[in-house]
Design a protein around this ligand. Structure first.
Ligand SMILES: Cc1ncc(COP(=O)(O)O)c(C=O)c1O
Length: 390
C-alpha cells in the first residue's frame, strides 16, 4: 500500500495546485530535485569533470536501476536526453533497403512517424500503418495479415500521448517475431505508470523518458536494446564514447548498448534520473500502478457524469491518461480556465497523433493525467471546476 501522505510531502508543488499533467512533465519528488541541485553545486565547486568522477559509481547505478525496472541487464541500457532521441537512435540503426517494410501503430507519436517517413524516403522502404480495432488498439489479426518477411520493423506505442489506450504489446511481438521482424516499443507514456517487463513483453528495443510518469528531470531518456542485437547494429551517429578510434582509419563500436550514447551529458540530470527510478522502485511498481489506475478511474467516472463532457478513452485495460472534451468550449480554453483555478491539465492536438485523431475526427482533447500523489480531494476539485464550465 502506497503512503500517499509521504508521497505528497515529497512533492511540495502538489499543495499549491491540482497537478494533472504527469503525461506531460510530472512534478519530481524532493530526493530527485535535491540530487540534481547538489550535483550542480558540486560542479560549481570543483568543475564538471571532477564532480562527475566523484559519482562514477552512482552513474553506473542509473543503468542498473533501469535494468531492475525492466528486468534486463544494465549493459543492454543506453541513456539519452529524450525518448525520441532513444527511439531514433535505435530506429536509424536498423538496416533498410528498397522493398523493405516498416509498420507503425495507428496511435503512433508524431516524432516516430516523421522519422519513419524520412527513412522510408531515404531507403526506399515503405511505411505502413497497422489498423486498429474498435477500441483503437492494434488489431493483431489485421497485423498478422500484413506481416511478411519484408517487414523489418514493427513500431508499437504502448500507451499513446492522447488517451487511455493500452496496446497489446506481447501479441504484437509474437506476431512480428514469427516473420523475423524487430519490435520497437515506444514506452514513453507507460514506464512509471504501467508494468513494463522486457522478458514478459519480449520486445527488441524500448524507448522512454525520465520526465513523465518516472518523475525524473527533463532532458533524460533511455533505450533498451536486446543484447544479441547490439553487436549487429551500427548507430547512424557516433562519437568517441560510442566508438574508440583504434587506428588512423578504423574504429571499434562499444560492445554494449553504450554504442547508442554520446559522451557529453547533463550529469546532474542523469543522477536525478537514477534517484527517480530508485524512488519508484522503493515505492513498488505494483502499488504505483494500482494508485494511478484508481485515480484515473475516479477522474473518468466523474467526467462521464457531467452533462456536456465526453470522455474519449475506449476499451480495456486503460492507462492513467484521461482524455475528454467539453461541448462548445475549445480544449485550450478548458485548459486555460482550469489553470486560472490552479489546476494543471494539457491539450493533446491532432498533429501529435495524426492518424488516430483523424480517424476519430478529433482536433484536440484535454488531457488529465493523475499520478499517485494526486489526492481524491484533488480529483474532486478538478471535477467541480470542469462542471462549473459547462
Ligand atoms: C507516446 C510518446 N512517445 C514519444 C514521446 C516523445 O518523448 P520526448 O519528448 O521525450 O522525445 C512522447 C512525448 O510526449 C509521447 O507521448
Amino acid at each position: 500500500m502506497l503512503d500517499v501522505q509521504q508521497a505528497r510531502r515529497d512533492t511540495p508543488g502538489c499543495f499549491e495546485r491540482v497537478f494533472l499533467d504527469s503525461a506531460g512533465s510530472s512534478l519530481p519528488p524532493t530526493p530527485v530535485v535535491d540530487t540534481v541541485v547538489a550535483h550542480l553545486r558540486r560542479e560549481a565547486e570543483v568543475g564538471g569533470y571532477a564532480a562527475a568522477n566523484e559519482r562514477l559509481g552512482d552513474l553506473a547505478e542509473v543503468k542498473a536501476s533501469l535494468g531492475r525496472l525492466f528486468g534486463v541487464d544494465a549493459t543492454s541500457m543506453a541513456l539519452s536526453d529524450s525518448a525520441s532521441r532513444a527511439w531514433t537512435s535505435f530506429f536509424y540503426a536498423v538496416p533498410l533497403e528498397p522493398g523493405d517494410r516498416i509498420l507503425l501503430s495507428q496511435a503512433e507519436y508524431a516524432a516516430n512517424a516523421v522519422a519513419a517517413l524520412q527513412r522510408g524516403r531515404a531507403t526506399g522502404a515503405s511505411v505502413e500503418v497497422v489498423p486498429s480495432d474498435d477500441a483503437g488498439r492494434i488489431d493483431v489479426e489485421a497485423l498478422r495479415e500484413l506481416l511478411d518477411e519484408r517487414v523489418k520493423l514493427v513500431s508499437v506505442v504502448h500507451a499513446p500521448t492522447n488517451g487511455g489506450l493500452v496496446n497489446p504489446v506481447r501479441e504484437v511481438a509474437d506476431a512480428a517475431h514469427a516473420v523475423g521482424a524487430l519490435v520497437l516499443l515506444d514506452a514513453c507514456q507507460s514506464v512509471g505508470q504501467l508494468p513494463v517487463s522486457v522478458p514478459e513483453l519480449d520486445v527488441d528495443a524500448l524507448s522512454g523518458t525520465g520526465r513523465k510518469w518516472v518523475r525524473g528531470p527533463r532532458g533524460t531518456g533511455f533505450l533498451y536494446v536486446r543484447p544479441r542485437l547490439i553487436l549487429d547494429l551500427e548507430p547512424a551517429m557516433i562519437d568517441l564514447h560510442s566508438a574508440t578510434w583504434t587506428s588512423p582509419d578504423t574504429y571499434e563500436l562499444a560492445p554494449d548498448a553504450s554504442r547508442f550514447e554520446m559522451w557529453e551529458t547533463d550529469v546532474a540530470a542523469r543522477l536525478g534520473l537514477g534517484a527517480a527510478i530508485d524512488y519508484l522502485l522503493d515505492l513498488g511498481l505494483d502499488a504505483v500502478v494500482e494508485a494511478i489506475g484508481y485515480r484515473a478511474e475516479h477522474t473518468r467516472d466523474g467526467l462521464e457524469r457531467i452533462p456536456g463532457v465526453t470522455v474519449h478513452d475506449r476499451g480495456a485495460p486503460l492507462n492513467g491518461i484521461v482524455s475528454f472534451t467539453v461541448d462548445g468550449i475549445e480544449p485550450t480554453a478548458v485548459r486555460d480556465a482550469l489553470a486560472a483555478q490552479a489546476i494543471t491539465v494539457t491539450v493533446s492536438s491532432r498533429s501529435s497523433t495524426l492518424l488516430d485523431m483523424s480517424q476519430r475526427k478529433l482536433d484536440a482533447v484535454v488531457r488529465a493525467s493523475p499520478h499517485y500523489f494526486v489526492s481524491p480531494a484533488d480529483v474532486d476539485r478538478f471535477l467541480v471546476a470542469v462542471r462549473s464550465l459547462t
